[in-house]
Unconditional design. Structure first.
Length: 99
């Protein structure tokens, strides 16, 4: 979690950070793109078989993460990664990362 400086308003509303992430299946080589407000919890869910869309391709490894300041921004970035050009970028990232 991102640490924010103390201030008078600190107790009123904590600033939420959203994560857009890309996973790679070590079994099949497929990619999964998603967003969450808690990346550790979400990775645990994926690798524990708790996510219907990913449980058949366990285990998963985190390939890429980006931080967003709002849910709307995170959703927009997630949709981009699911687009044709976004998939090309993910393929390039996968070539750079050694497994």
């Amino acid at each position: 979690m991102v640490e924010w400086p103390a201030c008078r308003q600190a107790g009123r509303r904590a600033r939420m950070v959203y994560y857009v992430y890309v996973l790679k299946s070590l079994k099949s080589g497929h990619f999964y793109k998603g967003m969450t407000d808690n990346i550790e919890r979400r990775l645990h869910q994926h690798n524990s078989g708790l996510v219907k869309a990913t449980k058949s391709q366990l285990p998963w490894k985190l390939l890429h993460v980006e931080l967003c300041d709002s849910r709307a921004e995170a959703r927009k970035l997630e949709k981009f990664f699911k687009s044709g050009f976004g998939r090309e970028i993910i393929a390039e990232l996968a070539e750079v990362v050694e497994w």
